[in-house]
Design a protein around this ligand. Sequence first.
Ligand code: HEC
Length: 248
Amino acid sequence: MNAASRRTSPNDAKHGTAAVLQRAPGRLAIIGIVAGLVATAMPSGAAESGGDAKRGAKVFQACVACHSLQPNRHMTGPSLAQLFGRKAGADKGFLRYSDAMLKAGIVWNEGTLDDWLTNPARLIPGTEMAFAGIPNQGARRDLIAYLRAVSEGSEAPRGPRMPRLKAAQAQDVIKSMRHCGDTYFLTTGDGRNLKIWEFNLRLKIDSSEFGPHPGRPVIVGMGMQGDRAAVVFTQPSEISSFIQQKCE
Ligand code: HEC
């Protein structure tokens, strides 16, 4: 066990940091999650007409691996803040829409969202949203009621609150970092020295407003095992200028 494997990050599993830059999780896992959530979100089985935003917040857990409701917080999928009345594929800050989504020509409202969430690939063939859909109509209604309430500001956004890396604590800020042999040697803002096998440390970029200060990369834990971590920089060129290649 190395030093990094013992550290735990308060931001880790809770905030789903690992999901930010990783590819979408497997389709089967998502279907399983949805099935479980739908079962708990529909205690009576009877769908009310308007949809229940509070219950919908639970159904939204099926989306949080890929979507935030914070404005400008784009992950695998675009931020879903202010979704209602917006054209599909029109959030200028999200650069990863598929051509299919960009050309869809639909506007998000109760009806289009219901079609989308029933079967995304049927509404927009060629979409890159790797999500099978929510078969249960009541669960969809609740979820849409929740998305609308968040859009209108009457419900708080739940789901992944991405850590604001500019506010990272000294223990997570990397003061210096060198690479020797197959090992990274890191010194944190509170003076700890970490030794991490090069293959266990990912180098990541968060250039968004949520990312770190330039020159002050931040280490974030990854995964429950804690055997991997990532150091997050503000842009690719910072990686080579910050990490010194030297052995003492
Ligand atoms: C595995 C990751 C993933 C999951 C899970 C996921 N999405 Fe998506 N979502 C995406 C991606 C990627 C896109 C962009 C798709 C494209 O461009 O074809 C997207 C696009 C969307 C859009 C269109 C937004 C826009 O700006 O036009 C909506 C609405 C949406 N998702 C809602 C949801 C909801 C609600 C859930 C949960 C039930 C969900 N998604 C689950 C990845 C995901």
